[in-house]
Unconditional design. Sequence first.
Length: 197
Amino acid sequence: MPVIKDKEELMKRFGARRFFFLSILGACLVSSIPLSAQEEFRTRLLNTAGLFSDRMITIKIKIEDYTTIEEIRELQKIHAERGSLAFMNTLKKADKGVINFLSTRGLNLRIIAAAVQPTDSGRKILLVMERRSWDTETTIRIDRHYLYMVMELDVDTEGRGTGKLYKGANIQMGGKQLIELTDSYPPMLLHNVRQMK
């Protein structure tokens, strides 16, 4: 008889643990922030400089993963112990996806950091790239004031919205938003942002 009682106790404990695990999982699934990224967006950029043959450039954005708080803490530790150069070199090795400029002269930009925050109408996605040219005809002079490029997507619950591309920007990591744009050149506007998958 005591053995059966122990088994009943064991089943109750197992059931409680399973319920707790499923509750946590359910809370994560209903969250507006995806657990794993692997998202794809398309948008259009008006070519005001006239450097491309296309007046409107289609851009494909493929996000493989978002930067985690653990990764940010590790980067902050590297910055504190080894300095800003080591921090930047480590960050440049990260691979969070790619941005394709779909033009005859367009290049690809690798995403080195990505963050997503819920908004009242949907989500705001911040993508950080190493600052460089995105076409074969132009070169960007890198200065110490703006070391990164940033793309910001503001989409609703259906994955549609607008965005901005900052050709030169600075970022700050940590805090409530994980990755924050602190300073930049005036942005270029992105039109017709839509999520493909």
